[in-house]
Design a binder for this molecule. Structure first.
Ligand code: AMP
Length: 395
C-alpha cells in the first residue's frame, strides 16, 4: 500500500480513477495516507525509498519511477498538512473522474466518510460479485449508492431465487425496513431468473459447473426493474447476521436502519459516523445490546466535544427504531438498556488488521456487523473513549 500510494502521488497527473473492491478498502488507503504522508513526501523529495521497503518488485519499480522531486514533495506536503482533508482527492489527484468501489449493502455505512474525501467526485459501484460467480453489473454508473441496482449476468453461473416472506419495505433513504425469511416450506420453492417479480425479495441460490448445487450465497436481493428481459436487483442485506441476547433476533437490516436513524442526531454537531458494529452482551442479566461507534469530526466542528445528552438520545433513537419484539422485551426488562461505546479513531482499522492477520482477504474484507470473537471484542473494548446508555424504555 505504501508503494502504491507513493507511485500514485508521483504520477498524480495520470491518475483518473481511484478504487478498491469494497469501500472499506478505499478508506483504509486514505487512513494509511493520513498516517504516512510525511514519509512519502520525504521519499519523493530525496528520490530514495524508505529502507523498510524490502520487497524486490517494489524496490525495482521505485528505482525506475522515483527521482528527487522537491517541488512535488512540497506541493503534496502543503495539501496534506491542511487542517481538514475534506475534498483531498481532488487536490491530490486533480484528474480523478470517479471512485470505483462497491458502496452498496454493508458498504453503504462508509459512503459518508468517502464523500468527505471525494469533494463531489462520484462514487461508482460497478458490479456485484462473489467468489461463486460474477452476479451483476450496474448499468447506471452515476446513480447514488442507495439507488444502485445490478443487472444480472445470466451466463455466469445458474441462478435461482428463493422468495422471502415479506416484501421488502424501503424507507426514504432506500434502506430496507423489513425482511424476514419464510418460516414454513410453503412457497419457498426456488424460482428461475425469468420468473422473479418486481418488489419481491429473494435469497440467491447458485448452481455452478465447478460443483456447487443450490448453494446459498447468503445474500437477500430485491427486484427493482428489468433491463429488456433481464431482472435488476438491489442488494438488500446479508442473511443470518443476527444480534440477540434472548430469543429476539435483530438482522443486519434492522440494525442498519436503526443506526441510520440515530446518526442523524450527531450530524448537526459536526460528527460523521465512520464505522459501527454490534455485540450482544450477556455477561450480566438481563443482557443488552452494545453498539460500537467510531466518530470523526467534520470540517466546521471547531473542536466540539460529544454531548453526552445527545449520545443518550442516540441510544434511545436506536431502540425506538428497532423491531417490535425488541421494544416489547425492553419494556418487560427482558433486555436491558442499549449502550453505545464510542471508540477512538483508527479502531475499525485495527479491527480490520486483526481479521486480516487471521487470514481474511484485504480486498474482500467487510466489517462484521456483529462481533462474535473474543479477541475482536478486546480490540474494540480497549479503545473505548465513552459509554452511553439509553435513559428510557422505547415506546
Ligand atoms: P466474497 O465471496 O468474499 O467475494 O464476498 C462476496 C459477498 O460480498 C457477496 O455475497 C455480498 O454479500 C458482498 N458483495 C459483493 N458485491 C456486492 C455489492 N455490489 N453490493 C453489496 N454487497 C456485495
Amino acid at each position: 500500500m505504501y508503494c502504491q500510494l507513493l507511485f500514485g502521488l508521483i504520477q498524480r497527473d495520470e491518475v483518473v480513477m481511484i478504487g478498491s473492491v469494497f469501500a472499506s478498502g478505499v478508506l483504509r488507503g486514505f487512513k494509511f495516507l493520513e498516517n504516512n504522508w510525511q514519509e512519502l513526501c520525504s521519499n519523493i523529495k530525496t528520490g530514495q525509498i524508505s529502507d523498510w521497503i524490502t520487497d524486490s518488485g517494489c524496490k525495482n519499480a521505485a528505482s525506475v519511477i522515483l527521482k528527487p522531486n522537491p517541488e512535488l514533495a512540497d506541493l503534496i506536503e502543503n495539501i496534506c498538512s491542511c487542517k481538514s482533508w475534506e475534498g483531498i482527492i481532488r487536490k491530490l489527484w486533480p484528474r480523478t473522474k470517479y471512485i470505483g468501489t462497491i458502496c452498496t449493502g454493508a458498504m453503504i455505512q462508509y459512503t459518508a466518510e468517502l464523500e468527505f474525501y471525494c469533494g463531489g467526485i462520484p462514487l461508482v459501484s460497478g458490479f456485484y460479485a462473489c467468489l461463486e460467480g460474477a452476479v451483476g453489473i450496474n448499468l447506471e454508473l452515476l446513480s447514488k449508492p442507495s439507488d444502485v441496482s445490478y443487472t444480472f449476468l445470466p451466463n455466469s453461473v445458474y441462478y435461482e431465487f428463493v422468495p422471502v416472506k415479506e416484501e421488502c419495505v424501503t424507507n426514504s433513504q432506500n434502506l430496507v425496513e423489513s425482511v424476514e425469511t419464510k418460516s414454513s416450506d410453503e412457497d419457498t420453492e426456488p424460482v428461475e431468473l425469468v420468473n422473479v417479480k418486481p418488489g419481491q425479495c429473494y435469497e440467491l441460490l447458485v448452481t455452478s459447473s465447478t460443483g456447487l448445487y443450490w448453494y446459498r450465497v447468503g445474500d437477500i436481493l430485491m427486484v427493482t426493474a428489468f433491463h429488456n428481459n433481464t431482472p435488476q436487483f438491489r442488494f438488500v442485506v446479508r442473511e443470518n447476521v443476527a444480534l440477540g441476547v434472548d430469543v429476539e433476533r435483530t438482522s443486519e437490516a434492522d440494525l442498519l436502519k436503526a443506526v441510520t436513524e440515530a446518526k442523524t442526531l450527531v450530524d448537526p454537531l459536526g460528527f460523521i459516523l465512520t464505522g459501527y458494529t454490534a455485540y450482544g452482551d450477556t455477561s450480566s442479566t438481563p443482557g443488552h445490546y452494545v453498539i460500537f461507534w467510531e466518530l470523526k469530526a467534520k470540517e466546521g466542528n471547531n473542536g466540539k466535544e460529544l454531548d453526552p445528552q445527545v449520545m443518550e438520545e442516540c441510544c434511545s433513537r436506536i431502540e425506538e427504531s428497532l423491531h417490535f419484539t425488541y421494544r416489547m422485551y425492553r419494556k418487560e426488562n427482558i433486555i436491558a438498556a442499549l449502550e453505545i461505546r464510542v471508540v477512538k479513531q483508527g479502531t475499525f482499522e485495527a479491527l480490520m488488521d486483526y481479521f486480516i492477520s487471521r487470514g481474511a482477504s484485504l480486498s474482500q474484507y467487510k466489517t462484521p456487523v456483529c462481533i462474535k470473537s473474543k479477541e475482536a471484542l478486546e480490540i474494540l473494548d480497549s479503545r473505548v473513549i465513552g459509554k452511553f446508555f439509553s435513559p428510557k424504555t422505547p415506546m
